[in-house]
Design a protein around this ligand. Structure first.
Ligand code: PEP
Ligand code: MG
Length: 747
């Protein structure tokens, strides 16, 4: 800090090597080792006894002459006239220890080694130095080292001797707000006199919050402090009362607050990490007396922002934080580079990449929105993922070690203390509304069932098809319809086993022509100008009915094996005729729609919303809102286009209006209404849907607890409203009742 021009009180260091030299040359190293062998640190008494013996040994053993000479020479150099106000005298110094393992991010040893203030004179100084060294062997320090597997003899200690700042005001400051984890705020705490009272918490300090960017004071929280600790002439710390007229006023001026904030920024930049800094003011001059990393940030949760400048920014597709080396995946050839724990960075992911994605600790893509392939898969696999990062594949290089803070949509250089943060999945809390899951990968079904979800509201076949490697159309070209059906049934069985007795809605395939070219036979897919609104979903299924039939057959096979809880739904419907034809094909495999198996329609085109009454009349078991496509088509926002992703909003009144209309119509026809688009995992959407009386929701696995909480509260509100309404009606009705006349005979 001195070297970057910060105002540090003058001083000198007694290096860790000096300590080593001391214990070696005096030979006490052997005694220390002896005291530490066969020590059971869990035995408090024994630990304390040995600690005392070692410390006594160090304090009682004089240093060698050469070391002493050097230390006193350095001390003498501090005793200049200028520094001690006119005449040469021994300076008051602070003697602090600094262990080599102190303040490592992994283990905060801070505060375990001693600090001696107001030390004056050669003898006192030499004693303070030995006491600092001895503090390496307090019972607590020994215990910590044992528990954290530090070699006692490898942890050294250096001592800092610095001229005491005889402070009129002092305190601590943080280059980030440790209370809120806001990175753009500096928090300064100030007390009268020495800073000890602020550090120890004896006095409630003034708190100033400064906007880091703008360098303006945002808030001043002033306190009545009543007294402060000041240094007397003989070097004792004494309590001094703060005069009434000053107490409660700002301890330090705005000018000093802002100066301190500037230093905090400088120090944070210097160390590249948020800092916890001690400062002092003497005769209006600011001194920085200590700085260390804010270690409490390591206790951060997934919701707290990782510190550092973003080198890449994008959208949160799947929240969480992970660090690791970057692997850029530009082609299928690059996939083999990805090993466990890597950060996979690609222009976009596609279904061929799922195996590699499973290994990655985080995924970053240049393209895509929150309903893109990478987003869907990473959410399901619970891997942190950022999409739409635009230039990630260009900015990042193979081997760069980075931290992906997907929760905040940013990538920073370097590893973060928590290299991997396992998302804790809390199960659903009971609700009246059914809450189901969205799933794509059968192997995760068992794990997913632990959430107590009420079933699966959307199981997409596409991921399963991709992993299998053969395009559905190819199966048909090869006349292997049955093989396709068997493949599906075998894989889906796992889901059936995990969700016994609960509804599982399988969506018939919705394969867009551009996404599955990598599969066998995929090269025969047509090229379309806009595959998003092209030949996919039910329109394609009816053009290639054997694919659809094979998929229905898979459901039939599952039913035959006793898994009668499997239902189906068809995607991208725009006409009643599509519904009618799909039902006919289902009958061909021996399943009566709505009777043998639930049969539903995805509501994901505005057309389907407009014709909902006719769809209901045709006869279906349920509808499910595919809000990803419904929003895309209603708003005219390509869901994969990161340029316009900020406009992609499922809460747009147009989308909500469509949903409301459909839910109301379904109520009229007694048809279950549900949602399976990503929006179901948004609390505000869940609340809206409960308010309008939807029957069930489907969410991502990691959102189920939160959404169930939202649902429960919304249900309670609904209930309350119903009660209030009926009370209101009762009150209104009672007003119209004429005053009861006393029957005459009792008069
Ligand atoms: C949707 O469109 O909301 C949906 C669930 O289907 P997909 O994301 O597979 O298009
Ligand atoms: Mg869709």
């Amino acid at each position: 800090m001195f070297n970057i021009g910060l105002p540090i009180p003058p001083g000198f260091f007694i290096t860790a090597d000096t300590y080593k030299e001391y214990i070696t040359k005096t030979g006490i190293i052997f005694d220390i080792k002896k005291f530490l062998t066969n020590l059971n640190v869990e035995n408090t008494e024994e630990l304390q006894e040995r600690a005392n013996m070692i410390q006594k040994l160090i304090v009682m053993t004089p240093v060698t002459d050469s070391i002493k000479e050097e230390i006193l020479e350095a001390y003498d150099a501090l005793n200049t006239e200028e520094l001690t106000g006119g005449k040469k005298q021994d300076s008051f110094v602070a003697v602090r220890s600094s262990a080599t393992a102190e303040d490592l991010p992994e283990a905060s040893f801070a505060g375990q080694q001693a600090t001696y203030l107001n030390v004056r004179g050669n003898e006192q100084l030499m004693k303070a130095v030995r006491m600092c060294w001895a503090s390496l062997f307090t019972a607590r320090a020994i215990y910590y080292r044992e528990k954290n597997n530090f070699d006692h003899m490898k942890v050294l200690i250096s001592v800092v001797v610095q001229k005491m700042v005889n402070s009129e005001e002092a305190g601590i400051m943080f280059s980030v707000n440790p209370a809120t984890n806001k990175l753009d705020e500096i928090v300064i705490e100030a007390v009268h006199g020495l800073g000890e009272t602020a550090v120890s918490g004896e006095i409630n300090p003034d708190i100033y919050i400064v906007d880091k960017e703008e360098e303006i004071i945002k808030t001043r929280n002033l306190k009545k402090q009543r007294w402060g600790l000041f240094r007397s002439h003989d070097g004792k710390n004494i309590k001094v009362n703060i005069p009434e007229e000053v107490d409660g006023q700002q301890v330090i001026s705005d000018e000093i607050v802002l100066k301190l904030a500037k230093y905090a920024k400088q120090i944070e930049n210097h160390y590249g990490k948020p800092q916890d800094i001690e400062w002092a003011v003497e005769k209006n001059k600011v001194y920085i007396v200590q700085s260390r990393a804010v270690t409490t940030l390591k206790e951060r949760t997934v919701t707290e922002e990782v510190f550092g400048d973003a080198i890449v920014r994008g959208l949160t597709a799947s929240s969480g934080v992970a660090s690791g080396p970057v692997k850029i995946v530009l082609s299928a050839d690059d996939l083999k580079k990805v090993i466990d724990g890597d950060i996979m960075v690609a222009p976009m992911t596609n279904p061929d990449m799922v195996m590699a994605m499973k290994k990655a600790s985080a995924i970053v893509t240049d393209e895509g929105g929150i309903t893109s392939h990478a987003a869907i898969v990473s959410r399901e696999m619970m891997i942190p993922c950022i999409v739409g990062a635009e230039n990630a594949t260009k900015v990042l290089r193979d081997g760069d070690v980075v931290t992906v803070d997907a929760t905040h949509g940013k990538v920073v250089f370097g590893k973060t203390e928590i290299t991997k943060e396992k998302k804790e999945i809390k199960p659903k809390i009971p609700t009246n509304t059914k809450i189901k899951l969205i799933m794509d990968i059968p192997e995760l079904a068992e794990e997913a069932a632990k959430t107590d979800a009420d079933g699966i509201g959307l199981f997409r076949l596409e991921m399963l098809i991709a992993e299998n490697g053969i395009h559905p159309a190819e199966y048909i070209r090869q006349n292997k319809d049955e093989e396709y059906a068997n493949m599906l049934a075998n894989r889906l069985k796992k889901v059936g086993d995990a969700f016994k007795g609960k509804p599982i809605w399988i969506r018939t395939s919705d394969v867009r022509t551009d996404e599955y070219r990598g599969l066998r036979g995929g090269d025969k897919e047509p090229h379309e100008t806009d595959p998003m609104i092209g030949w996919h979903g039910i329109r394609r299924a009816l053009d290639e009915p054997r694919i659809l039939k094979a998929e229905f057959l898979a459901i039939k096979k599952l039913h035959d094996r006793g898994y009668t809880n499997f239902g189906v739904m068809i995607p991208f419907v725009i006409n009643v005729d599509e519904v009618k034809k799909a039902k006919e094909i289902m009958r061909e495999v021996g399943l009566e729609p709505c009777k043998d198996a639930e049969f539903g329609v995805m509501i994901e085109t505005p057309a389907s919303c407009w014709i909902i009454e006719d769809i209901c009349k045709e006869g279906i078991s349920f509808v499910s809102f595919g809000t990803n496509d419904l929003t895309q088509l209603t708003l005219g926002i390509d869901r994969n286009n990161e340029k316009i992703s900020s406009l992609f909003d499922e809460m747009h009144p147009a989308v909500l209006g469509e949903i409301l209309g459909v839910v109301n119509m379904c109520k009229k026809y007694n048809i279950e209404s549900s949602i399976c688009g990503q929006a179901g995992s948004r609390p505000e959407m869940a609340k809206f849907l409960i308010q309008i009386g939807i029957d069930s929701l489907s969410v991502n696995r990691d959102s189920i607890y939160k959404i169930s909480d939202v649902v429960k509260k919304a249900e309670e509100e609904n209930e309350k409203k119903i009660q209030e309404d009926s009370q209101q009606k009762l009150a209104e009705a009672s007003q119209n009742v004429p005053e009861m006349q006393e029957p005459e005979r009792f008069a």
